[in-house]
Structures are given as C-alpha cells and as structure tokens.
Design a protein around this ligand. Structure first.
Ligand SMILES: *Cc1c(COP(=O)(O)O)cnc(C)c1O
Length: 292
C-alpha cells in the first residue's frame, strides 16, 4: 500500500550549500507521510483473530492516518484517540478513512494513556506509533529504498526524531548494508528527547510544561524503549534545531520542490543545513527525509 517515493535531487539547495542534496519525498505517500509504512507492516502481520478484535491508536495525526488507511485496506475496525490540539486537516482525514475519532488530552502521552484504557475496556489491539519492532521495520523500508535509488552510498542521511521509530528502522537497515553512511538524528529543541537520552545513556522524560508543540509530529516527551535500544549504538550524532530554523527549512523545501512540508516534515532539512554550516561539509552526498 505504500509507494516507493522519489529521491529527488534539489539543485537550488545543493548549489547554495555546495553539496549534492537529495530529498526523500515521503509527503507523496497516499496519506502524505511515511507512517503508512510502519502501521501497515504491523497490521498486516497481526493474526486473523487479533484483526477481528479491531485496533486502536493514539496519535498526533500522521500515525492515525496510517492506521486508519491500513485498517480500511485490511478490513479492520479502527478507533483513533487524538489530542485536542490536533489540526482539523488531520482529524478530518482520519474520519474520511472510516475510523472512529476520540479527541482527548493536550499531548500525545495523555491521548496514549486514554487509548490504552479504551483498548482494555473493548479488547482492541493497541498499535503503537514507534515502540514496536514491526512498526520500526516498516519505517526502515525508507532506508532500503534510499540505498536502492542512489548509484553510490550517500555520505550522510538526516532523519527527524519524535519517538524514534523512524530513525531506528532507517539506521538498522542502513548500518547493516552501508556501514560507512552516517546517520544523523534531528530534533526540535523543544522536544529533544533522544539527545537527552544519549547524554544520560538512558531514556529520560521531558516535563510536559517544557514540551514544545510547534513541530507537532515529533513532539514526544520520551524516546521509545525499543527505538532507543536500537539507535543508541547506531546513530552517529543528534542535531537540535530551533523553530526559526524549521521555518527556514520549510521554505527551502518549497523553493526546490513546491511541496509545503509540515514542521516535523522539514525538520531533517533544518538539521542538514545546520550540520553543513557547523562542519563546513563540502562536496558530499547528503540525504534528508521530508517526512510529511
Ligand atoms: C512521526 C513523524 C516523525 C517522527 O517519527 P518517529 O518514529 O516518531 O521518530 C517525523 N515526521 C513526521 C511528519 C511524522 O509524522
């Protein structure tokens, strides 16, 4: 159900930054984000008995659409719990796919706790957005496509980080098949849960009051258990960017592609620019994931 998205060379940004830059266009998936990869992989591997129970998910939006789309494709009943701050474009998209929507809480964590209660009461299967091996493997197919689509292995792949499922899948595949390719995680300053965990060498939780919601797709207070187990030895570095840097990257993506990325969707490009400026990286082949 997921499409093999283009890996697009971007001439304007490449020229300005003096590197060969490619964008992986996950905004071109049927639900306009990569989340369909993990959700469908997970749900297609569920037993028939579990599928007939129905599924439930909590989501800032894109995972919800991935689960709703996959549920429709597989003929499974889906319920989605979303935070009350979820943009209406995402709520409407989930409803249009035939899923039931419950709006609850201000953050992903509050929605997730409530979704687990509803799951217990109704015997639904909970589909986690990142803390699940089959979800991680589905997101990892992006890494497989990138290595197939480039004639030579890229020097660096920049990956945005929320709960860490995407970077876990991409880094696991990439380090197995192209060990010399660096994997750089990119986080929003206001939700830098992987940076905090790398520094502390264990998962830490960012207090709710300190969590920034601008890049809503990656606004997660604690990196997932399974993602952190996978990435702690595989990710070469994590870069943090400001809201201004994210906004500038949205424009850069637009100038080359005419795609308007959501904040989380342009996050990796903001990190790519910051990394290149700090390291004076020159003449390298760099891939940035445009995730939604
Ligand atoms: C979910 C999401 C991410 C981050 O993925 P994780 O697996 O949570 O790290 C990045 N960008 C967009 C657009 C997303 O929806």
């Amino acid at each position: 159900v997921a499409v093999k998205t283009p890996l697009q060379h971007v001439p304007l940004l490449s020229k300005r930054l003096a590197n060969k830059i490619y964008l992986k266009r996950e905004d071109l998936q049927p639900i306009h984000s990569f989340k369909i990869r993990g959700a469908y992989n997970k749900m297609s591997k569920m037993t028939e008995a579990n599928r007939s129970r129905g599924v439930i998910a909590a989501s800032a939006g894109n995972h919800a659409q991935g689960v709703a789309y996959s549920a429709k494709a597989l003929g499974v009943k889906a319920t989605i719990v979303m935070g009350e701050n979820t943009p209406s474009i995402k709520v409407d998209a989930v409803k249009a796919l035939g899923a039931k929507v419950i709006l609850h809480g201000d953050t992903y964590d509050q929605a997730a706790i409530f979704a687990q209660e509803v799951a217990r009461e109704n015997d639904y299967v909970f589909v986690h957005p990142y803390d699940d091996a089959n979800v991680i493997a589905g997101q990892g197919t992006i890494g497989m496509e990138i290595l197939e689509q480039l004639a030579t292995e890229p020097d660096i792949i920049f990956v945005p980080v929320g709960g860490g499922g995407l970077i876990a899948g991409v880094s696991a595949y990439s380090k197995a098949h192209a060990p010399q390719t660096k994997i750089i995680g990119v986080e929003a300053e206001g939700s830098a849960c992987l940076s905090a965990a790398m520094e502390a060498r264990r998962r830490v939780r960012i207090p709710f009051e300190e969590l920034d919601l601008f890049a809503d797709g990656v606004s997660v207070s604690q990196v997932g258990r399974e993602p952190f187990r996978v990435v702690k030895d595989l990710v070469d570095e994590v870069v943090c960017v400001t809201i201004d840097e994210i906004c500038a990257a949205i424009k850069d993506v637009y100038d080359d592609t005419r795609c308007i990325a959501e904040p989380a969707g342009a996050l990796a490009i903001a990190g790519l620019k910051k990394y290149v400026a700090a390291r004076k990286t020159n003449g390298k082949s760099l891939v940035g994931l445009v995730t939604g």
